[in-house]
Design a protein around this ligand. Structure first.
Ligand SMILES: Cc1cc2nc3c(=O)[nH]c(=O)nc-3n(C[C@H](O)[C@H](O)[C@H](O)COP(=O)(O)OP(=O)(O)OC[C@H]3O[C@@H](n4cnc5c(N)ncnc54)[C@H](O)[C@@H]3O)c2cc1C
Length: 307
């Protein structure tokens, strides 16, 4: 079922807009899980100015949701009302700067930043090799892997708020904790500056290869998944709690708890978003019963249930 087409009204209101607007754009193909309904409107801004103009002109009652590469997302079956924003080419620049720094647009995949750092003999960013999202998602999630976290290497980020105002956020302004960013929720990040340290490309390359091997051995990275489903509770491992609750391999429809890494949920083909979310909630309930621990979702769920 489609949403009301609000495109003609939006276009009439913003004749100077340069980015692409599409009504009722299916989102499943833009996520790793490959599930879920359409965006009422998908907007792909041309650049930061275009994004700022759009946000400043958009009626305040239209909800906004930003997505990156969809590697940490469940889009619900009824789709996402309002405007979904996806950053593309205009946010894809990457540059090596003085003092072992890298400046990257937020549509740049994390792995590309890791590679650019290696080529420029900059150490400290190889953990980004292990995260399959783009920089915007890493900033919002405080993405981390193999001993490194976004908060350890971020100097500052630029972003645009719901009113279209462009601002800079220092590392401290991001109020980072584990897999959480405390910067205002409406901010859409557009660019980041990362600080590394001088290093040896061969050693950095070996580190990245180790990360690749370890991920292939321990995570179902070729599956339709959203990565770690739940945050690790303080001092505990989510996967162990899930295993102890007997949930390894558990199924709801075509959604399954991974046999390889039981904090990963998998769409085995043909699962709905509701199957995956119900499976996640079943796991939470079983863990609560067996360990008394309330697991917190790390995966972001957006949109409305099937209509
Ligand atoms: C196989 C697999 C392995 C994974 N391993 C790891 C891992 O080791 N460590 C780890 O931390 N994560 C891991 N993840 C999860 C995921 O890759 C990260 O959370 C990643 O940072 C999400 O980036 P994304 O571009 O895909 O964002 P999305 O999934 O599209 O969005 C995630 C969140 O970020 C927000 N967001 C995206 N772009 C912006 C922006 N420009 N401005 C503001 N907010 C934005 C979205 O609104 C949403 O809330 C894994 C996922 C998979 C599928």
């Amino acid at each position: 079922m489609n949403f009301l087409d609000i495109l003609p009204a939006l276009k009439a209101q913003m004749p100077a807009l340069r980015g692409r607007l599409i009504a009722n754009q299916p989102l499943a193909e833009l996520t790793w899980f490959r599930v879920g309904g359409p965006a009422q409107v998908l907007f792909m801004p041309e650049d930061e100015q275009d994004l700022s103009h759009f946000l400043s002109q958009l009626p305040p009652d239209v909800p906004i949701t930003v997505i990156g590469l969809g590697s940490n997302l469940i889009v619900r079956d009824g789709g996402v009302p309002g405007v979904v924003i996806r950053l593309g080419r205009g946010f894809g620049d990457i540059a090596v700067e003085e003092g072992s720094r890298i400046r990257a647009g937020t549509a740049v995949p994390d792995v590309k930043v890791a590679r650019a750092a290696q080529e420029a003999a900059i150490a400290g960013l190889s953990f980004l090799r292990g995260i399959p999202g783009a920089i915007g998602g890493a900033l919002r999630m405080n993405g981390g892997a193999y001993g490194g976290e976004t908060k350890d290497v971020l100097v500052s980020a630029r972003g645009v708020d719901r009113g279209g105002r462009i601002g800079t956020f220092t590392n401290a302004n991001m109020h980072y904790t584990y897999r959480h960013c405390g910067a205002p929720e409406d901010v859409i990040f557009t660019e980041a500056i990362f600080q590394g340290a001088p290093g040896d490309p061969a050693i950095i390359g070996a580190e990245m290869d180790k990360i690749t091997e370890s991920r292939e051995a321990t995570q179902p990275i070729k599956s339709r998944t959203g990565g770690s489903t739940f945050k690790n509770p303080p001092g505990r491992k989510a996967w162990q709690l899930i295993d102890t609750a007997g949930c390894r391999g558990l199924r709801v429809g075509a959604a399954q708890v991974s046999e390889l890494h039981c904090n990963f949920l998998i769409n085995q083909g043909g699962a709905s978003a509701a199957d995956i979310e119900t499976l996640g909630e079943t796991v939470r309930a079983r863990v609560r019963e067996t360990s008394g621990v309330d697991l917190e979702w790390e995966i972001k769920r957006i949109g409305v249930a099937g209509r």
